[in-house]
Design a protein around this ligand. Structure first.
Ligand code: PTJ
Length: 247
């Protein structure tokens, strides 16, 4: 691994890049995950590599949805597993959500490697090794899900989604939370809660909001959901990118 000096102005972004490289070497992340990371980095640069206020509100609403759900599920792909394994386990613990591995470029080897990796990071139960149900109307490999996981979920959090599945999950009546740095991408456009932020900041911040909201009343959790305006959040993210003000 190449050393990144801590005083490098973009050291955080370079560390993230190396985690994805290591993920590919470990058989967790698909090679296309490197390309996805590059696209994400470009948007993150334009956002100022920070959590903008509208993304923080989305993360609070996401936490409230996960806490209120009967069957919340965190859907994990190769990039999420490489970047934030500890944070995913912490978010599952904070919200009572199940963890399920679900891949666009699905192979049994990578499903097993990711599930083992998450268990090494403290996950007690990882679903997705056996895909005994399907998301209707979806032809990609992402249609294969666990009957007692994503198929039965009422709220699903998906990092780096493809738009087709986002729509198919919506058609099943599920509330979908999408984390994607590109506000123009189809999946945040159709998600109930689009979170336009880097996974490495979004997942721990959703967990922090979940800890805070868990101590509050049902009313306050409902307010966090009702106060969130998805259209306004998408517009704010696009405006932040277009403004070019990197503060
Ligand atoms: O592990 P698999 O097989 O499920 O494959 C996962 C990838 C990511 C390869 C697959 O879903 C894919 O090809 O995704 P796309 O179509 O390249 O979309 C990636 C989206 O995620 C882009 O809109 C990026 O801006 C965004 N993105 C990339 N890195 C991050 C991100 N969003 C948030 N945080 C990131 N770290």
């Amino acid at each position: 691994t190449i050393e990144v000096p801590d005083d490098h102005p973009r050291s955080e972004s370079l560390h993230t890049r190396h985690r994805i490289e290591d993920g590919v070497d470990a058989g967790l992340t698909h090679k296309q995950g490197l390309i996805a990371e590059g696209r994400g980095e470009a948007f993150d640069y334009l956002l100022g590599e920070r959590t903008i206020p509208s993304a923080d509100r989305a993360e609070r609403a996401a936490a409230a949805h996960l806490l209120r759900a009967d069957h919340p599920v965190l859907s994990i792909n190769g990039n999420a597993a490489a970047l934030v394994p500890d944070e995913i386990v912490a978010l599952a613990d904070a919200t009572g959500a199940a963890i399920e591995v679900n891949l666009f470029n699905r192979t049994d080897e990578r499903i097993a490697a990711i599930a083992d990796h998450l268990q090494d990071h403290g996950a007690t139960d990882v679903k997705g090794r056996t895909a005994d149900a399907r998301i209707p109307g979806l032809t990609s490999e992402r249609a294969k899900v666990a009957a007692d996981g994503i198929h039965a979920a009422d709220v699903v959090l998906v990092p780096l989604e493809d738009g087709d599945r986002a729509e198919a999950l919506g058609a099943m009546g599920k509330t979908e939370i999408v984390v994607d740095l590109n506000p123009l991408s189809r999946s945040p456009q159709v998600a109930a809660v689009p979170v336009v932020d880097n996974l490495v900041r979004a997942i721990p911040n959703i967990a922090a909001h979940a800890h805070d909201l868990a101590d509050r009343s049902d009313d306050e959790r409902e307010r966090a959901i009702d106060a969130f305006d998805r259209e306004a959040a998408l517009d704010a993210a696009e405006a932040a990118i277009r403004s070019g003000e990197l503060d």
